[in-house]
Design a protein around this ligand. Sequence first.
Ligand code: AMP
Ligand code: MG
Length: 475
Amino acid sequence: MGLLNRYAETLTGLGSFVLPEPLKDMQVGLFNTQLANELALPDDLMQPQTMLDWLYSPVTPLTQHAFAQKYGGHQFGQWNPELGDGRGLLLAETTDSQGHPQDLHLKGAGPTPYSRHADGRAVLRSTLREYIGGEALHSLGIPSSRSLCLFTSSDTVYRERPETGAMMIRTAPSHIRFGHFEYYFYSSQTDNLQSLLDFTIEHHFPECKEALNPYASLLKAVVSRTARLVALWQTHGFVHGVMNTDNMSIHGITFDYGPYAFLDTYESEAVFNHSDHQGRYAFNQQPGIALWNLNALAHAFSGHCSIDEIKAALSTFESTFITQYQHLMLSRMGLEESEQEPSLALMQSWLQILETQSQDYTYNFRQLALADINNIQCPFRDTFVDREKLDAWWETYRELRLAKQGQSQLLSLNPAVIPRTHLLQQAIALAEKDDFSLAEALLEAASTPFDTKWDIHPFSKPPASTSHTSLSCSS
Ligand code: AMP
Ligand code: MG
């Protein structure tokens, strides 16, 4: 199958053609054969070595239309028009097994007109975190960009310390961000905004064309997808870490992984990004920030939608989020939605017990799924400090937990393995010595997170320390 370049060809004025600049001695570190099989890639690209070779020449299907997109974004609440692909390039487009478009995007490709004096590079640490994170979220059923290929190199890239330079190719339905619309709106590039809106609807939201106002329909779709995404993040204890509007995909997928983390110990106010001094992107702030970001996006629609249409679209966020979140949480706990009040109260008190007793989030949900509900006493009570409190909770839980909801269903909603920060750090340390064995093992586990074989594997255990690691934004 041939590759397409519709964004670069249709929206040529919305970015710059830039050739990738390969690093020294690039080698294939990881290749996602399963994902490659799901894409309509040219046969040659089924070989990662060819993929790599094609990046070195200016006249291959991966490089001849390589394009850096221009966008802006609200970063920590401040408008920044100076953004764009400073180190990423849209190489080409393909389709997935359902015939939906999928971009091939190279991260760490070298400088572009939007690099702002930075080096245009990415390091192995951050590309490996993104690679595993994307596949892990996908396997949990959380929409995400996906990871196709990771290349290492012998080049040193300087961050807080000298690090190994790397690149990765990821896929996503498109790389159109909230910040794209914001940029063309705030810079009064009316024609470009119009072209971008029409392109987005035509190629990515064709169902909106039928609506009375397709632009209002598009906004509503983005609100709804974003609300669902954040409900999934909250359910799984995922913290994105840097929800700037340039890191928000209009498809409602997890995108532009930076200092992300899954909660270990349940701490509702946990902040992982060490530059986030105000806690703007704390775990429990994510729903509010998503709505803030949607408000920023909605401004860019103000020439195309009435105030009432914008208000109507934004007003669906809260109810969509709450409905989804409650549904997902009650399902994870095997609780009946028709018994909503007692079930929700039980869910809240569970979270409170986890938080006040500094208990691991994912591990204890999994224990709940594994537990034999016929036990009078909570089978995993030993790790809790205030056992009486847990016992009292367990008694009510047993009563409410649906007998009909089989254990296998609960096990398929509560992962045994997530890519915990300490595991990622161990995998990175080895990969920096050219040993990808732990990265591959973690990837396998994170790609089959519900499999009971992991319950006896160290990957499923919480880290020894309950205090969490702050993560650098540098990548
Ligand atoms: P990020 O923090 O990765 O979401 O990036 C924010 C903005 O900075 C985007 O416009 C990136 O393209 C740009 N950027 C980040 N790191 C680099 C880098 N090393 N070189 C050039 N641009 C970068
Ligand atoms: Mg970004």
